[in-house]
Design a protein around this ligand. Structure first.
Ligand code: AMP
Ligand code: MG
Length: 427
């Protein structure tokens, strides 16, 4: 039995274990197994608010104060005691002064008086109501208010947004612009964020050439490292780019070791299938541990997951579209789990009428690339980006969504409803 494999019951052919031999693993099971295998990275650091954008909050943040800390006006208008509102007809009140945002009215407000007040300004003590300026008349220096107002209107109470001691943000939250705003509103200038996992990447393939070099016959530019770098930098991770590795057993093993020596996770592209120059799965089998390497999805049937040393290993297929699809659908959630992010971006799925015919064989879950549009009627429609070949990267660059077609689904006729996962929030 190969190193690192779990023992199998007697009589079971190792080649028939789902995900290993002929039998690919179901997509949902592959994703669940990846997430279950991952332990969030420990370690945290302090970050200033601006630098905390996109990072994972390491500890719960309880509010040190009430927000707002003072009763204040939601409108520009006139502050008065609700008991001075006229039950019918109108009331004529004396203007005692002005309360500005940040410059409260310092005097007392007697019965029959009101105070000019701006949005965000503190309410004077004896007042509890703000009448919008559009609803009053000024006559001979007095403020005339008609009946029909409600005591307490247009006032923001203390703690309306967040109360002192409340849980403002939970550990594991990914800090987005709104969360930075919430922290700033609490006067919090620094937060504990989780350490970013270090992710080492390299491409495998003798045919790969760096940008800037001329292409000899049979050579192509290494595009995967760029799309992968782009996808990774959207996540709370540190990327270590180890370049291109030749298709030899020795180069592949050395690259694995270099990567495992400095990273918490390793992501490669290419070499995970069963061709004569595919050394990635073999290296993982011999020197690491293979979780699985075959998933019933398209594109991306060969995708290896396992461990190498202490590092988690993700071997993406070489075809550029397959590499991107498997990254978004399987690797991204796993990396977020490694980064300690909780409930980050559960995929949004919408239903849309498919405007084009889609070719599909039953047997694999497919992530076709589509263009989702909202019609004037408010209904959604989706069409294919066209040629869906695993090497046709334009199908990704022209798309704004994945069309998700279930395992058993066959061809899709125009007009059929399909499930669509928008790229917004994902890419
Ligand atoms: P492989 O998975 O190594 O068999 O590669 C499958 C296909 O993807 C082949 O056509 C490769 O030339 C292509 N490919 C592999 N790696 C890359 C890369 N880094 N950038 C662009 N294409 C690649
Ligand atoms: Mg290759």
């Amino acid at each position: 039995m190969k190193k690192g494999h779990e023992p199998l019951p007697a009589g079971v052919d190792p080649c028939d274990r789902p995900g290993h031999g002929h039998q690919p693993l179901r997509f949902e099971e592959a994703r669940a197994r990846m997430i279950a295998a991952i332990a969030p990275l420990v370690g945290e650091e302090i970050a200033g608010l601006r630098d905390a954008l996109g990072r994972v909050l390491a500890r719960d943040v309880h509010s040190p104060l009430d927000v707002p800390a003072h009763r204040n006006s939601a409108m520009d208008g006139y502050a008065l005691a609700g008991s001075d509102l006229p039950p019918q007809g109108h009331a004529s009140l004396e203007l005692a002064g002005t309360s500005w945002a940040g410059r409260p009215y310092a005097g007392a407000v007697a019965r029959g008086q009101c105070v000019r007040i701006m949005t965000g300004a503190m309410l004077p003590e004896a007042t509890d109501t703000v009448v919008m300026q559009e609803h009053v008349r000024l006559e001979n220096g007095r403020v005339v208010i008609e009946a029909g107002h409600r005591a307490g209107e247009n006032v923001r109470p203390v703690g309306e947004d967040i109360r002192r001691g409340d849980l403002a943000l939970a550990a594991g939250a990914v800090l987005r612009p709104a969360q930075l705003g919430v922290l700033a509103s609490l006067g919090v200038g620094q937060v504990a964020v989780r350490r970013r996992p270090r992710v080492a990447i390299f491409s495998t393939g003798d045919e790969l050439v760096a940008i800037g070099e001329a292409l000899a016959p049979g050579q192509i530019y290494d595009s995967n490292r760029y799309s992968l770098h782009g996808m990774l930098t959207r996540l709370p991770l540190e990327v270590i780019d180890l370049g291109v590795v030749k298709d030899t057993r020795e180069d592949t093993r050395r690259a694995f070791e270099t990567a495992a020596g400095q990273a918490d996770a390793i992501i490669t592209s290419g070499g995970v299938s069963v061709g004569d120059a595919d050394y990635v799965t073999e290296t993982l089998e011999r020197h690491g541990r293979v979780g699985f390497w075959k998933v019933a999805m398209k594109p991306g049937k060969p995708i290896a997951f396992g461990r190498f040393g202490q590092a988690y290993f993700f071997g993406l297929p070489g075809n550029p579209v397959s590499a991107m699809v498997t990254f978004y659908q399987l690797v991204r959630p796993a990396l977020l789990a490694l980064a300690g992010a909780v409930d980050a971006d559960p995929p949004i799925i919408v239903r849309a009428a498919c405007a084009t015919r889609l070719r599909k064989h039953p047997g694999r879950l497919e992530f076709q690339r589509g263009v989702l549009e909202r019609l004037a009627s408010g209904a959604y429609t989706v069409r294919s980006t066209g040629h869906q070949g695993a090497g046709v990267l334009r199908s990704m660059s022209e798309a704004n969504c994945f069309i998700i077609l279930p395992l058993e689904q066959g061809d899709v006729e125009p007009g059929t409803e399909v499930e669509v996962q928008p790229f917004a929030g994902l890419v």
